[in-house]
Design a protein around this ligand. Sequence first.
Ligand SMILES: *Cc1c(COP(=O)(O)O)cnc(C)c1O
Length: 508
Amino acid sequence: MPEPLSGASREVLDRLRLLREADAASHGGRVLSYVYDSGLAELDELAAEAMRLVQSVNGLDPTVFPSVAALESDLVGFAKRMLHGDDDTVGTVTSGGTESCMLAVKTARDVWAAAQISGDPATQRMIALRPRIVAPTTVHAAFHKAAHYFGLDLDLVPVDDEGRVPVDDLVARFGPDVALVVVSAPSYPFGVLDPIAEVAAAAARYSIPCHVDACIGGFALAWWGDLPPWDFSVDGVTSISADLHKYGYAPKGASVLLQRDRDRQRHQFFAMARWPGYPVVNPTLLGSKSATALAAAWAIVQRLGTEGFAELVASCRRSTEQLRALIDGTTGLRIVGDPTGPLLAVASDVTVSKRLRVDPHHWADRVAELGFTLQMQPGFMQANGRALPRTTHLTITPVTERMLPELSDVMTRAADDVRGKTPANPKLAVQALRMSGALGRELTADKAQALLLRFGVGGSQRRSGGATSPLPSKMAPLIALIEQLPAEFAERLLIEVLARQSEPPGDR
Ligand SMILES: *Cc1c(COP(=O)(O)O)cnc(C)c1O
């Protein structure tokens, strides 16, 4: 039995509860991104208890805490069977999709570098080059981050209007400096299953490793049914990432990275015996780490088993099909491409007259007023000049099914309410910025904040008890601004928005 809490401790928890009231609801199906609700309350209780049991463990060293190794071994084993790995498939539980993707890139970079060193003199010249990652434009931002952190170039191949990458265009970029090709199962922005078998086969001919980013799709597509092969059953696939904290329904902090063979995976590790302290050996980026998400993910996977997962995925599939049909039947909206899995991207249907079109961001803002949060994705200009439309993203989870009647009504009503409304266009504001010369200059934190205030973002961050949001109530104009600004400038402003969120209040 846990110790009863003192009044002072209870008071601290009350303050935490108050702060939590300002958060989006992580359960109940009203937020269709970021959170993955199985709809099974018991799973949350199970996870909470599992986390408590390992609360004080240090996941850094499984030789001291063997439970950590046992939990990880079970989870890797489950993922390996799910993804049709074999006896040479090994893996690691990481802190999330970003870490899994980063480690896949780090591994590929080090395998590539080792091959250059041991290679013949002709190929050794390559080591002077920066290695390259080849991927479709729709690859997750985590690969931009990995390229940035680990010193590789990310060579992006444009996709067509449906979010599909032509295999030949990808293969045309292959060469001796390519350390990794990445495909997605499916891609986050449009839910497209990349042509994995074709790309992996071509990559194998060039001896280029192929990573399948199944961070979002892994634990859903495995039970989706009638799909082309996309996992380790495809020759040439060398690693796969799949997030436990997405369709594995675990609390945040758990993902798996599987690698096709031991020798390749050993390049993922970092070991250090050249310092006076304890010998360090880390399979992941962190040193000391919590085992809480690992234990929670383990408990949930044990409890659900393949049958439990299959049932939850079937629910996601039914809801996805219904919502897809609803949007297809809504004048002025359309689904982008032919998505695979529980993700939908909704764009404006530009084949109808302007007065019938529904801007997906005005729509999402209206849907939010009516009680559901959808995720806006800005329009995007690819390197070949081909624009990808602004969209609104839906992540469908098992809990969606019980919300379907209300969600469907809200989506239809919101479309009716904003149909014909002109899309936000901050061209004048951006022009004014350009004229003022601000776009060319390095922004100080204060200057960035001043600009944000001018755009109606930011403001007083002072909070007490329930937090006040510094973001505008309607997000469409802000996302439109991100679309129009030069990317580096937009990124700098985004940094300012986030950095200011958690600044302690000053005396001013
Ligand atoms: C979510 C996601 C990631 C990154 O995962 P995080 O858990 O958010 O770090 C990578 N790739 C894809 C396709 C994703 O959907």
